[in-house]
Design a protein around this ligand. Structure first.
Ligand code: PGA
Length: 257
């Protein structure tokens, strides 16, 4: 089973809608049809930018895909400040990041909330990018697999194999996010392989072979190629480096590095 690589740019709380348009246009000049044939590319701007970016993608018939960083699981109602999944699908959002470690740590998102969001994103015909990862403390205590696989089980509970097969799981060690520190390709591969093994246990071999697993945490043009050579790493979730179109385009081009 061949899994098309997915390189995603998570802009976090950066770039207003004017800056977002510039960033996407610049990126579009740097990427070729061949790039998109080889790699799926998604950008995940802040909510206030999404409509503007969608308009540019549509008008210029760009092949990059639109993503969001977060959503609520309810369809509508008294949830001040929240965004419903259907609002995103209406804007042609294809991928929604769910359970990013910053959401878990800074905004108290629990495994249970992540589970509901995964279900809601799937129910709205979008693809969840479900983030999992251990803290430095957990890693040093030898709890990496227990933590990560626990998050995988909790996030996917109640889902069907054919749903999970369409999903993306992002392994992002918390200590590597925004710190300039990378897991070694071998360490990242070991955890991604364990994640695929767990998906296989829960949903069967075909689902494990189909699910895409990204690595994230300080991915740069200088480190992406070696990560992407690992058997169970199918893409990258890129934060800081995705704000620079030149650097992000080089990352998308990992196969030529
Ligand atoms: P980073 O962020 O590349 O800046 O470490 C990755 C992420 O949080 O998705």
């Amino acid at each position: 089973m061949s899994r098309k690589p997915l390189i995603s740019g998570n802009w976090k709380m950066n770039l207003n809608h004017f800056e977002a348009i510039q960033c996407v246009q610049k990126l579009s000049y740097l990427l070729t049809k061949d790039d998109y044939a080889a790699v799926d590319v998604s950008v995940h701007p802040p909510f206030t930018d999404i409509r503007s970016v969608q308009t540019v993608i549509d008008a210029d018939e760009l092949l990059m895909q639109l993503g969001a960083q977060h959503c609520h699981w309810e369809e509508k109602g008294a949830f001040t400040g929240e965004i419903a999944p259907a609002f995103l699908s209406k804007l042609n959002v294809k991928y929604v990041i769910v359970g990013h470690s910053e959401r878990r740590e800074l905004f108290a998102e629990t495994d249970e909330m992540v589970n509901k969001k995964v279900a809601a994103v799937l129910a709205n015909q979008m693809t969840p990018i479900m983030c999992v990862g251990e803290t430095l403390e957990e890693r040093e205590a030898g709890q990496t697999e227990a933590k990560v696989l626990g998050q995988v089980r909790a996030g996917l509970a109640g889902r069907k194999a054919d749903q999970v097969a369409t999903m993306v799981i992002a392994y992002e060690p918390v200590w590597a996010i925004g710190t300039g520190r990378n897991a070694t390709p071998e360490d990242a591969q070991a955890v991604c392989s364990a994640i695929r093994g767990e998906v296989g246990q829960l949903f069967g071999a075909d689902t494990a072979a189909a699910v895409r697993i990204q690595y994230g945490g300080s991915v740069k043009a200088g480190t992406v190629a070696e990560l992407m050579r690992q058997a169970d790493i199918d893409g990258a979730l890129v934060g800081g480096a995705s704000l620079d179109p030149d650097e992000f385009a080089r990352i998308v081009n990992f196969r030529n590095l």
